[in-house]
Write a protein that binds this ligand. Sequence first.
Ligand code: HPA
Length: 246
Amino acid sequence: MGKLAIIGGTGLSEIGDPGRNDKQTIETPFGLPSAAVVEATINGKNIVFLPRHGEKHTIAPHRINYRANIWALKTLGVTHIIAVAAVGGITPDTIPGHLVCPDQIIDYTYEREQSFFSDDFSATKHIDFTYPYNQELRKKIMAACNKVKLNLIDSGVYGVTQGPRLESGAEIIRMEKDGCTIVGMTGMPEAALARELNIDYACCALVVNRAAGLSDSLISMSEIEKIVKVGMCDVKQILGYIINDY
Ligand code: HPA
């Protein structure tokens, strides 16, 4: 049915307990990806793993070479990507620890390389992006959550900010008015680049904090770390189930 890749975000820099673990440094026409790509066999299934922020989480969201990452995965024959992300919650139901499978995106980023076709553009290169995420892959995430009995908010609008700073309170109020339900820094251009190369792409987001101005306290990195630690175990369970079933 194709080849599955996991792009790991904050708190998911390695994929647990791979049977075979091949690391490949892949050069692309757009430079090097965030890290060597790991080809792992998990429960007899071959999957590919790439930590978006690098092996030691040293690459900031606005410095990630999104084009190299997606191109490298395509080179390895990847047909499906599940992108894992840590995000802030905007709507009242998106509280820390909850999982969200967004179905829409609003892109607030700037000065990122948005396309593989920047230098040789033609009218045929416009991608349809009405539904930024692949519905079949989203259903697999939802089914896996059901199976492992984890609650998932099964739709949402991922507002993608430039970072690396967090947002101001007013920015979050504006994003809420725009219809964003979660906020993160890495959802774009990743999703659009995958679409340009015809790779099915969906996102599994872990809410790690209430967005700026929405709780009584300021955003605390140590609180976020605690949530990430527990929440990424949930995410790994879901991924394990999806990989098993793949
Ligand atoms: N804003 C943007 N990105 C994030 C946040 C946030 O509140 N939390 C985790 N990633």
